[in-house]
Design a protein around this ligand. Structure first.
Ligand SMILES: C[S@@+](CC[C@H](N)C(=O)[O-])C[C@H]1O[C@@H](n2cnc3c(N)ncnc32)[C@H](O)[C@@H]1O
Length: 453
């Protein structure tokens, strides 16, 4: 069903809100203020909320620009009678307006879920981040929002072609480029290799300049995965297979074996080189490690001799900076839940006596690891779901006076801020970074400080 709609404000998740016959409709691929024809894609008569996607623009916003990627362009997809692939749902909006919309979402989430005014915590505007490695000169880089992804995950069609999914769809659309990905990933031309027998292909282009690592996830029917043939495979620094059981090798519920070359990549964290194995977590945007570390240090403000914790630490991006700041007289508790990634952290800090790498889930392991002791500062960087009540309570029990909270979801961030408030922590400052250009996602860094009664 096609409806003529006037699009109202932006909503979290990459939609504009519209109303029709008393019903709220969440519309993708539009811009607030536009008059459009939108196709309802999830429209059960009984539901109060519908989802729709723009198929024609009647009155365009001055901020509408030609989409940089034909396969993700909703209007071109309509002409081809296909669906646009997901992952670049803001590509039809100027970057300046994308950032303004993300700022509106942050304000709205912080107010609705955290009960706070973004102005009161010094939030001004979403900040652009140059697509540059830690030690690269960023002064002459174009701000076009392309080439930032150092990690990409592709699906595979049953006949072995690389593909991506449209939003909320099981359909697969084959791809022959990924404009958001780093040049090193596009240069591999993975789409020229046949990946029959595999379900997913992930690729990581490390900041050290090593050739990318290819991670293959086989179909459950593929009991004896073989090395695919193609130039992408010979150019990669390594090809590993992750046989999944219920989770992933990162979770310790899968097994990882190497088909060719290396099974890890080397990432740069300032002066340090960190090992990240297989599909272990590393910040996706090439400029994120530096931008987030600097913001985290500004807020956590670790001093020589301090005792601090890096929670949800991954392979140790923030642990590295904290270890250098607190020095040999300080202590860093680096806590990570995924066994493979925690093993990387143990390897990465084997020569730093001030770092204690602990594998465990923060909500259960932090209290045990603290044994009633206290900390000067805590850094946390949980997954999209946020920290949650139990972890926030355990963090509050450390009596840290400063908490630097790094988050990739403004909703779970705002919710957790309200949990922190119940323990006497106040959000004092917040910055928002555009680490996912052309998508609706954003990265928030907040400073929570203990109210001195
Ligand atoms: C957003 S990443 C941050 C990693 C690291 N700070 C970085 O910047 O590279 C979140 C990490 O938390 C881990 N994780 C997820 N849930 C966890 C939990 N309940 N307890 C501990 N770690 C968890 C994930 O495995 C992942 O490595």
């Amino acid at each position: 069903m096609d409806l003529e709609l006037t699009l109202d404000r932006v909503a979290h998740g990459g939609h504009c809100v519209a109303r029709h016959d008393g019903r709220v409709i969440f519309v993708r691929h539009g811009i607030p203020g536009e008059r459009v024809i939108a196709r309802v894609d999830r429209g059960d008569e009984k539901k109060r909320f519908w989802n729709a996607s723009v198929v024609k623009v009647l009155d365009a916003s001055p901020d509408r620009v030609p989409h940089f990627w034909e396969q993700a362009d909703a209007l071109k997809a309509e002409q081809r009678e296909t669906l646009p692939i997901g992952g670049a749902e803001f590509g039809h909006i100027s970057l300046a307006r994308q950032r303004a919309l993300k700022g509106e979402v942050f304000r709205e989430q912080l107010s609705r879920l955290g009960g706070l005014d973004a102005d009161a915590v010094g939030f001004d505007a979403v900040e652009a981040v140059p697509v540059a490695g830690w030690n690269d000169d960023a002064s002459n880089l174009a701000d076009d929002g392309l080439g930032w992804r150092s990690r990409v995950s592709f699906s595979v069609t049953s006949d072995g072609q690389l593909a991506m999914h449209p939003f909320h769809s099981n359909e697969l659309v084959t791809v022959g480029e990924m404009p958001l990905a780093a040049q090193a990933i596009n240069d591999l031309k993975l789409w020229e290799t046949n990946f029959r027998g595999y379900e997913r292909v992930e690729v990581a282009a490390p900041s050290s300049g090593q050739a990318p690592l290819v991670v293959l996830i086989p179909r459950s029917s593929n009991k004896n995965p073989k090395l695919p043939q193609g130039s992408a495979i010979t150019q990669a620094s390594g090809v590993v297979v992750i046989q999944q059981t219920r989770g992933s090798a990162g979770d310790g519920r899968g097994s990882l074996h190497t088909l060719r070359g290396r099974s890890d990549v080397t990432e740069l964290a300032g002066e340090r080189e960190l090992q990240v194995t297989g599909e272990g977590f590393w910040q996706i945007h090439r400029g994120a490690p530096r931008a987030l570390t600097e913001a985290m240090l500004e807020y956590a403000d670790p001093q020589q001799g301090d005792s601090v914790a890096d929670l949800y630490a991954g392979a140790g991006l923030f642990t590295a900076a904290l270890a250098d700041r607190v020095g040999l007289t300080g202590h860093v508790l680096s806590m990570e839940g995924a066994p493979g990634t925690s093993a990387d952290a143990a390897h990465n800090f084997a020569n730093d006596p001030q770092v204690i790498v602990t594998r465990g889930r923060v909500e259960r392991a932090l209290t045990h690891a603290m044994r009633g002791g206290s900390l000067d500062a805590v850094v946390l960087d949980p997954p999209r779901t946020g920290a949650g009540k139990e972890s926030v309570a355990a963090i509050a029990d450390t009596r840290a006076s400063r908490v630097a909270y790094v988050s990739c979801d403004p909703a779970s961030f705002a919710r957790d801020v309200s949990y922190f408030a119940a323990h006497g922590y106040e959000l004092r400052k917040a910055r928002v970074f555009d680490l996912y250009p052309h998508t609706h996602h954003m990265e928030v860094v907040g400073l929570l400080a203990k109210n001195e009664a």
